[in-house]
Design a protein around this ligand. Sequence first.
Ligand code: AMP
Ligand code: MG
Length: 529
Amino acid sequence: MSISSPLSSLIFDNHFIGNLPADPVTDNTRRQVLEACYSYIEPTKVNAPRLVAYSKEVAELLDISEQDCESALFTQVFSGNTLLDGMKPYAQCYGGHQFGNWAGQLGDGRAINLGEVINQHGQHHTLQLKGSGATPYSRTADGLAVLRSSVREFLCSEAMFHLGVPTTRALSLVTTGEHVVRDMFYDGRPKEEPGAIVCRVAPSFLRFGSYEIFSARGDIDTLRQLVDFTLRTEFPHLGAPCVDTYLSWFSEVCDRTADMIVHWMRVGFVHGVMNTDNMSILGLTIDYGPYGWLEDYDPDWTPNTTDATGRRYRFGNQAQIAQWNLFQLANAIYPLIEQAEPLQKILSDYAERYTEKWQAMRASKLGLSIYSEELQQSLHKILQLTETDMTIFYRNLADVPCEQSDLSDDDLIAPLIDAYYDVDTLTAEIKAEIYAWLRQYQQCVRQEGIKDKMRRITMNKVNPKYVLRNYLAQLAIDKAEQNDFSMVNQLLELFRHPYAEQKEMEHYAVKRPDWARNRAGCSMLSCSS
Ligand code: AMP
Ligand code: MG
């Protein structure tokens, strides 16, 4: 039974600021913040906040009732206009490697943590407003966020959660009633866009870059305080801080990161900006920017226009980039360990463990328990012969009968036809390769003795029917920008059950329409947000 308390009686236990050094300067000037983990800063008040949507599951996690979510106070609090008793807002200091280069201090340039709530189960959750004004870490930017990127972050956080992918959550989305100027494609055509604020929720928003900044500055004392704090609050099962505990911690971070990437690969998610400041120490997907969902299966695809040349953050490269990022984290905590070998060993174990986990996942996407390299290699090939929708292909593969060995080629491929962007491109040669693969697949299924009915049930729990296709988010944004928030709320509802058939929602499970192929926001996204 969960009991909800009124919004005004949420219990805050601000352990981050209670245990770590603060920036002594309290005015809101942009600066390098030394020997401190955060700066006190209040959200900037906004003109005319309006609630667009809230997640009832996240509200429940925080013991906030739906009635409270619909109150005027809720909108005031989660637009940053009102602070509740116990809130003590602050912005965190962190650094990061961006696109492979050390970028120095970054920090919460437009995120303000309101405080840490303890719920009735004793769990901690940090509430963080994104887009609520400038902080000492804003550098040359405005600290604000636009509606389009806020809709994307809000919907995707919740969709990812229900898809079973480790992620930060989103409690609320409000518009501010103010305009924010953005040059979406950095081409000298700035435009006014509606401003918005998302309240993100996670046990902790610490990133790899949170540790890197102190190490880069040679501030080992603060580094140790932060690491020990992280261990005590987020990894208490590892024991008291000491060299061995630091190593087990690093190993666990590697493991959690590997799990997260396996899930991204399973559902076809491309983060788009895997900089070390966007890597959560808890192995959660964090910072939804120019992310995208793979539509036609293309391992080289990146949604981020800023990444278009190097394709560093392409779909098929995410596991390697995660390892590169973990290597930076290893460097950052090295001063506390002073032995390279065990850190290197853990990093190479990451690669091995990732491979094992990913192979097991690839088998389960096919409803199999045994991984077959041959079957998977040929699958990887046939998915790229012609534009093939990854989500529809895996989902519908569950409907390909495997118990009967005497099916005609046409009957065999029939359930998959919807996955092909242009059936006219299915030449006789391509079809022959697909049939051959399907027969190989049938054989593997039969060898494992799996019945079609059972296979369909297990596969449909691994392969979602609905993913937040880029064009779907864009359609919701187009409406939201006209003050029509119905589609945001409809998608929020849809993604509460992404594995369920939801027959009446089938139009959201179809492949990307042609108009969306080259439209901004649908296939090309920039970091401008
Ligand atoms: P991102 O690439 O969105 O993860 O952001 C990288 C860094 O830039 C972080 O320190 C952000 O806080 C900061 N940043 C991004 N957008 C803004 C903005 N509009 N105002 C202030 N800081 C920002
Ligand atoms: Mg970021």
